[in-house]
Design a protein around this ligand. Structure first.
Ligand code: GLN
Length: 460
């Protein structure tokens, strides 16, 4: 079932909102016991909101929201015990734009979105519904697992370095990271503010286009939101001939399935008559290093608000010794959160600022320029979404560095702010590899058209 089909059934009264409510919440409660994809299931909240009218395209359509996106009067934990009791005082703009959709639950995630497997969550790991011994990816692992299990028709996540595309790829669904500035960040719990964007996870490209239509747009509450006027992303067109760049990358560290999936897609592109150019970029290989200096720097600044005055855990009892208070409250931060605060504080410290933060910012500019130059000659840049198929739970938790490497293909698009999408590429047993397509800024219309065409060729 896709969004358009369910919309038609609701509009023709073939199915009622109450029936959808009963069916979806029953399934969500059952499946969550198996895969732990929700931190909260919002049954009571949604019961009160069941819409009598079907005014908007998403009225009464089941959706899942990542738990770092604020919804007024509901618990928003960002996957961290630090915020386990925190109720949002307002609703994020992207959620307001979804109007009267049906909120099934808040998606589990790595705490504060720091991670690639949802193993850093303070609320337990999310299992991959395609194989319960494997991770669902991260940090939007809960949303992706929920969509793959058909517990909702769409999900909203956040993507700072791949957290929408990577888990979408691991769960065999579609993940769209829009251009930085196209969708408002107001009400998202900040991670790396110059990288963060809200993103969309769906079962297919057409549904992603429908949801983008709703959430894209200028917002006075976000000064980095860009006013390009309202566009319609749903008129997906056939793209006959275009120039597709194939990113040249070293093959070591890549699963053979991923390589096999990717080369068959390249062959498919050739057979479709696309103009294929191999792209060798000089600076792109520094994206991950740049990311892991600048993002922790921004994180360390953003995390200072959890000081127990503005935000953060408030212990029940009072302490006479300040250290005891700190121990009780700061210990709510999960290990990866502490690690990133420490790295970021170091890279921004007076003695090391120039050597790390400043240098990384210079390289970020070089990468941006390289993307501008490269995209003068091509329409799209394609690569695998992730270097491996979904890994086993526990496989990478001992080595943060090997975990960081799983974002090698997704991070560049965030470094430069370009839009990118991941679609399922090839099936191996129950698992999928993912194909990533990057387009020019604010060319989501073409990106979605191209992805839709590829999806049809690959899967229909
Ligand atoms: N996995 C990356 C990280 O841990 C990306 C996270 C994200 O996009 N939120 O930083």
């Amino acid at each position: 079932m896709n969004i358009s089909d369910l919309r038609k059934k609701l509009d023709s009264k073939e199915i009622s909102a109450q029936e959808i409510f009963d069916e979806y919440f029953k399934k969500a409660e059952e499946e969550n016991k198996k895969i732990n994809c929700f931190i909260n299931i919002n049954k009571e909240y949604s019961k009160k909101r069941l819409s009598k009218e079907n005014n908007s395209i998403l009225s009464n359509i089941p959706g899942v929201i990542k738990d770092n996106i604020s919804i007024k009067d509901t618990i928003t934990t960002a996957g961290s015990r630090m915020l386990e009791k925190y109720k949002s005082p307002y609703t994020a703009s992207v959620v307001l734009n979804l109007k009267d959709f049906m909120l099934i639950g808040k998606g589990n995630m790595d705490s504060f979105a720091f991670g690639s497997s949802t193993e850093n969550s303070g609320f337990g790991v999310t299992k991959n519904p395609l194989d319960l011994t494997r991770v669902a990816g991260g940090s939007s692992g809960g949303v992706s697992a929920a969509i793959a299990s058909k517990l909702a028709l769409f999900g909203i996540g956040t993507d700072t370095g791949g957290s929408v595309r990577q888990p979408a790829s691991f769960c065999g669904v579609v993940g769209l990271k829009p251009t930085y500035g196209l969708c408002s960040r107001f009400g998202l719990i900040a991670m790396g503010s110059s990288f963060d964007v809200p993103g969309i996870i769906t079962q297919n490209v057409k549904d992603a286009a429908i949801v983008l239509n709703e959430i894209a747009g200028y917002d006075v509450n976000d000064s980095t939101s860009v006013n390009i006027g309202k566009k319609d992303y749903t008129g997906l067109k056939k793209i006959n001939k275009c120039k597709v760049g194939i990113l040249k990358f070293p093959e070591e560290g890549l699963d053979k399935e991923v390589l096999e999936g990717f080369s068959s897609s390249v062959n498919l592109l050739k057979s479709m008559g696309m103009d294929i150019v191999e792209i060798d970029m000089k600076y792109i290989k520094y994206s991950l290093s740049v990311y892991y200096v600048i993002v922790p720097s921004e994180i360390s600044a953003n995390m200072s608000r959890y000081d127990g005055i503005r935000f953060g855990y408030h212990p029940e009892e009072s302490f006479s010794v300040l250290d005891d208070f700190y121990k009780e409250s700061r210990d709510k931060f999960e290990d990866e959160v502490k690690r990133r605060i420490m790295i970021g504080t170091f890279t921004l410290s007076q003695g090391y600022y120039d050597a790390y933060y400043n240098k990384a910012m210079k390289v970020r500019n070089l990468i941006k320029q390289e993307f501008i130059d490269t995209f003068k000659d091509i329409d799209f840049l394609v690569s695998p979404t992730t270097p491996t198929l979904p890994f086993h739970i526990g496989e990478k938790t001992k080595s943060p560095l090997s975990m960081y490497l799983s974002d090698i293909f997704t991070v560049p698009a965030n470094v430069v702010g370009y839009p990118a999408i991941s679609i399922p590429d090839k099936k191996f047993g129950d698992l999928f590899s993912g194909l990533q397509i990057i387009a020019k800024p604010f060319e989501e219309e073409r990106l979605l058209s191209f992805a839709n065409m590829m999806e049809e060729k690959l899967w229909k």
